[in-house]
Ligand binder design. Structure first.
Ligand code: 5GP
Length: 193
């Protein structure tokens, strides 16, 4: 068991509706030592990939991406959740449905920060149905950049996102894959990796 899985077992809380609450160490209060270990592990898993940029999405991905970026020595760009004004032209845009908030957001990245020379590692905190990731993938592809890999902290393996993204052929590296979780007993089972 890796340190993220261990932390999920000790501090994660299973909520009704397939939600895992990890706000004490991942996406509200942040355990930087843990993020640092996650960065080391992704660096190992993406060994040999010529990554020059990390792309994530606000807000929860940003903290993780910044610590991880230190292991790759590259800048971080984050997709912003935009109000529905027309920003086309200078921006790449994608529509993303939020799993936790059940609303739709337009996400944007300024064209000047992503182009066809970029070799991108996408980082995010969670993978559920894969909407957030598909939005980021669309943006990278619109820029003509390449996707060298995708690093997810926690994948909920019982939801469709992981299968969809792997079927596209991307190297998806989730550090903890929750196979099953039960909000009544609090039990969490991980996929063997
Ligand atoms: P997806 O787009 O894959 O359905 O959901 C991914 C996004 O939803 C993540 O960026 C994350 O912010 C949020 N999310 C999905 N599932 C969970 C969950 O179980 N717990 C928390 N805290 N966030 C989640």
């Amino acid at each position: 068991m890796n340190c993220l899985e261990q932390k999920i077992l000790t501090d994660g809380i299973v909520k009704e509706g397939n939600v895992l609450k990890v706000d004490s160490f991942l996406n509200h209060q942040m355990d930087i030592e843990l993020f640092n270990e996650m960065g080391k592990e992704w660096k190992r898993r993406f060994e040999g990939k010529d990554i020059n940029k990390i792309l994530t999405i606000e807000a929860s991905g940003i903290g993780i991406a910044c610590i991880v970026a230190q292991h790759f020595g590259v800048p971080v760009v984050f997709a912003k959740k935009a109000k529905s004004i027309n920003l086309e032209g200078e921006m790449y845009t994608a529509e993303v449905e939020s799993f936790t908030h059940k609303n739709k957001n337009k996400v944007i990245v300024a064209k000047k920060f992503l182009n066809e020379d970029d070799r991108v590692l996408i980082i995010d905190d969670f993978l559920a149905n894969g909407c957030a990731l598909q939005g980021l993938i669309q943006i990278v592809q619109a820029a003509g950049a390449s996707i060298e890999g995708i690093g997810i902290a926690i994948e909920k393996g019982f939801q469709a996102g992981g299968r969809i993204i792997r079927n596209f052929g991307f190297q998806l590296e989730s550090l903890a894959i929750v196979e099953d979780m039960n909000w009544e007993t609090g039990e969490i089972k991980f996929r063997e990796q």
